[in-house]
Design a protein around this ligand. Structure first.
Ligand SMILES: [Zn+2]
Length: 104
């Protein structure tokens, strides 16, 4: 039998002097660091990478529904809506700057 020992560390100060501190309201395990005193989630949900965000935005530009994108990529549609809003704002800003410079 192979056993692995995992030692979790504080995300702030990298100390191993941490204790479990129950769960948050979403059921994720929390810890308390006895060295720096922070309370954090032990294994936070990973954020989407830039390339994954670009893939989701391309799927949205192909006129896929928000709920369809949510089901396919397993990303909340509120998050996708925020990405689309940021994309549209930066695109509009770039077009305005291009027009001001005389570029079409
Ligand atoms: Zn700490």
């Amino acid at each position: 039998m192979i056993q692995e020992t995992i030692t979790d560390t504080c995300h702030v100060c990298k100390s191993t002097n941490i204790v479990r501190n129950g769960t948050n309201r979403y059921g994720k395990a929390q810890y308390h660091c006895k060295d720096c005193g922070v309370y954090r989630v032990l294994k936070p949900k990973l954020t989407s990478s830039e390339t994954e965000q670009q893939t989701v935005l391309r799927a949205c530009l192909e006129r896929s529904s928000l709920r369809g994108v949510e089901r396919i990529f397993d990303i909340a549609r509120q998050t996708v809506a925020q990405w689309i809003k940021a994309y549209v704002e930066t695109t509009a800003r770039n077009q305005r700057e291009a027009r001001a410079c005389g570029i079409r």
